[in-house]
Design a protein around this ligand. Sequence first.
Ligand code: GDP
Length: 400
Amino acid sequence: MAKYKTTEQVLGLMKDRERVRNIGIIAHVDHGKTTTSDQLLASSGIISPKVAGEALALDYLSVEQQRGITVKSANVSLYHEVEGKGYVINLIDTPGHVDFSGRVTRSLRALDGSIVVVDSVEGVMTQTETVLRQSLEERVRPILFINKVDRLVKELKLGPQEMMQKLLDIIKEVNGLIDMYAEPEYKEKWSINPTAGNVVFGSAKDKWGFSLPIAQKKGINMKNVIDAYTASDKSKIEELASQVPIHEALLDTVIKFIPNPIEAQKYRIPKIWKGDLDNDLAKAMLNADPNGPIVMMITDMKVDPHAGLVATGRVFSGTLRSGEEVWLVNAKTSQKVLQVSIYMGQSRELADEIPAGNIAAALGLDRARAGETLIDVGFKTLQGSFESLHYVSEPVVTIA
Ligand code: GDP
């Protein structure tokens, strides 16, 4: 049974910025982004206080049903423990397919790390290259998940050594792209290294996965995988899923290799902030300072049938609180934040405040558009934003 935490406990943890990670999943179409997200969502370990009391008495599935998780894309804050320490992993939905509107780039800007999913049979494809390039351009550190490893056994009927070779070829190709697109400083630092453990091999559909260090620790190897898929029934695959659950492998790897917001914002802000770095606002962002002036980048605006327009984005500095006025840099207007919440799958849970380094949802910002930058009203004369948007002026209606 997963360890559960309530929203309140998670909000407390969000203040400890070293325990926070902001990630997204990116992939070529059909390589398994949705299936992987679902596995993480199902393991999220955060429940609303409404069901917290009952959780222990319920089986896993009914907890999930109560939380109203659906299979389609979502933002979600996940709770995960490594070596007895709890972490909050904010998983941000990135658009499924690359288009020309810059939407992938925009949502990547809110992340510090990406899980790049690659189908083991198809290998690196055109969109793998595009999303990985965009990730590197935003200084978002990639880790690799080679998915559908079952296909290497079931369809290609490879032996352990051929399997390893095929997987190493994919890693080599991914490293070729990192070498090509990463800035010089990150080429080596961010390259994929199976021995170090920043690549997970597995099957999202069958719910198992491991990095080499995890495999070693648990006494698992490729031979076990082959045995599982050549067995007459599914029991060995299920055994694999309970020995090396995919969510554990991915989240352990994320916590180990993706930087926390304090580390990440130091080198990401100089890349993504279009403006001067030598003022109090930028300095607070560089330090992910929860006591600094508020700065938030809106990555997404969606209509909630009950609540109206919901703005989602990353708080880079300060603390987002309901009731406070913020300045919308592109819209050149101020608006009041009416409600602040965090994501739990399709639902949102109210929060009093969300500190720097986290992902938040806010109501009341209906003049904002995706890509908008919110700042402390005291800094409204300062030049700078994450993205300059061209607002079309509102039509003037004249009544004769
Ligand atoms: P997305 O387009 O990247 O979101 O891909 P999906 O998650 O929708 O997966 C595409 C297809 O691949 C679906 O039919 C999945 O069931 C299938 N799939 C996902 N993971 C695996 C896996 O580990 N093994 C196999 N054989 N199929 C998988």
